[in-house]
Design a protein around this ligand. Structure first.
Ligand code: SF4
Length: 425
């Protein structure tokens, strides 16, 4: 979702509570969003309100909840994205306030979340005018919640508890209803979808059974490395509607850092699984997450990570500067990396990520891709490829939202590719 840019017609507002750190972080998020084309507006005019909360005292909790309720009453019925300390400590309590509350404790992810929320919001509103019945091109289907991996930097297992899966029959029913409503793409989401269990059924069964509902496109959100196994790869390979894209979080290319993070694979194992995955699923595109400056990470470790990422060639890399989460084992680990140093390493990884992204986008020139059309304006259609590149297709006729079309990529402007219509998929 993260590459989906905000556009100028997407107004956002901020409400920052608590300490100076929160203020600085809100400014960081705001500048990221402005860079993506968002506008800052008064709270009452926003489509998304970001609340950076605090939980230092009971009074702070109360104020944060009041701010959420106030924002929910905005004139444009905004989505309220809550981050900050209360989002970490009481996400469910916040979610219970309204269906329009989205909780994201990780501030580095907030801009991405806002981008994707705005996109969904826009699609929803667009269709409300154009197609009625709340049709949406792409919809998330949550298949599980919770995680018990206990990576040492992550608060989620404490905040959300052990994995709980939605029974497969219920998922199939929901998917069928979505297909009937005209949804073209389902994204299987959850906290750790590889932990999906319903009796003997696991994620590959979900992929096969949901594909059989007739959905035109099926996408997986992040899958942890140990869950990218032969069975999942086989399910993806034999499911034509499954997109050839996997997001597999690497986090570090150094074995000692991976061990300290509580990750259960080595760098070599990760590389082997990438090779296997590429062999099993032709044209597979892989994206990843990496953390820079984890406690104990030496320059050598950082260089190993960079070299490994370069060898693998991710089509997109989300880089996170390590930051301590109170309540996690890593927050009290010795040998912490100085904040400035974390930033330097994160910057080096981001630069590599950008050059890999460039290479990937350049490789699309002249290639044919299947594009799911998300909007049509005049004779121009806009949609995304299976490997998640936004494409503008000129001079189309008789094309509607939700169509899958084959496009030849002829050019590019930044992150957006241009293409010509070849035929219906
Ligand atoms: S697998 Fe993901 S959600 Fe689970 S503990 Fe690790 S980082 Fe957190």
């Amino acid at each position: 979702m993260s590459e989906r840019a905000c556009r100028e017609e997407f107004p956002v507002a901020f409400k920052t509570l608590g300490c100076k750190v929160n203020r600085v972080e809100s400014e960081d998020i705001a500048s990221d969003l402005l860079g993506r084309g968002c506008m800052l507006v008064p709270e009452n005019e926003a489509l998304v309100v970001i609340i950076n909360s605090c939980t230092v005292t009971g009074e702070a909790d109360r104020k944060a909840r009041k701010a959420v309720r106030h924002a929910l009453n905005g004139a444009r019925a905004p989505i309220v994205v809550v981050t900050g300390c209360l989002a970490t400590m009481d996400p469910q309590g916040l979610r219970d306030l309204s269906e329009r509350v989205v909780v994201e404790a990780d501030k580095e992810r907030v801009a991405d979340i806002v981008s994707s929320v705005l996109d969904l919001h826009a699609t929803h509103h667009g269709h409300a005018v154009g197609m009625g019945e709340g049709f949406r091109t792409r919809t998330m289907l949550k298949i599980e919640d919770g995680c018990d991996n206990f990576c040492t930097y992550c608060i989620i297992p404490y905040a959300r508890g052990v994995p709980r899966s939605v029974p497969l029959d219920q998922l199939i029913d929901r998917a069928k209803r979505l297909v009937e409503a005209g949804v073209a793409e389902i994204v299987l989401t959850g906290i750790n979808i590889g932990r999906y269990r319903d009796g003997g059924h696991t994620l590959p069964d979900v992929v096969r059974r949901i594909a059989a509902t007739g959905i035109r496109r099926l996408r997986l959100s992040s899958v942890e490395p140990p869950d990218v196994n032969g069975e999942l790869l086989a399910a993806l390979a034999e499911t034509p509607c499954a997109v050839p894209h996997l997001h597999i979080p690497l986090q570090s290319g150094s074995d000692s850092v991976l061990a300290a993070m509580g990750r259960t694979y080595s760098a070599a194992e990760f590389e082997i699984l990438v090779g296997r995955a590429r062999k099993a699923v032709p044209g597979l595109v892989i994206t990843t997450d990496v953390i820079a400056g984890f406690p104990g990470e030496t320059w050598c470790d950082a260089v190993e990570t960079i070299a490994m990422c370069e060898r693998i060639g991710f089509s997109k890399m989300h880089v996170f500067r390590y930051s301590e989460r109170p309540g996690t084992p890593a927050a009290t680990m010795l040998r912490s990396v100085a904040p400035g140093e974390r930033a330097v390493r994160a910057q080096a990884l981001r630069m590599l990520g950008q050059s890999m992204r460039e290479r990937f986008l350049r490789s699309l020139l002249g290639a044919e891709r299947t594009v799911l059309v998300e909007s049509v304006a005049g004779s121009t259609a806009i949609g995304t490829t299976g490997d998640y590149v936004r494409v503008e297709v000129e001079d189309v006729t008789n094309i509607a939202e939700g169509d899958l079309v084959v496009v030849r990529v002829t050019g590019r402007e930044g992150e957006v590719a241009q293409g010509v219509f070849v035929g219906l998929a």
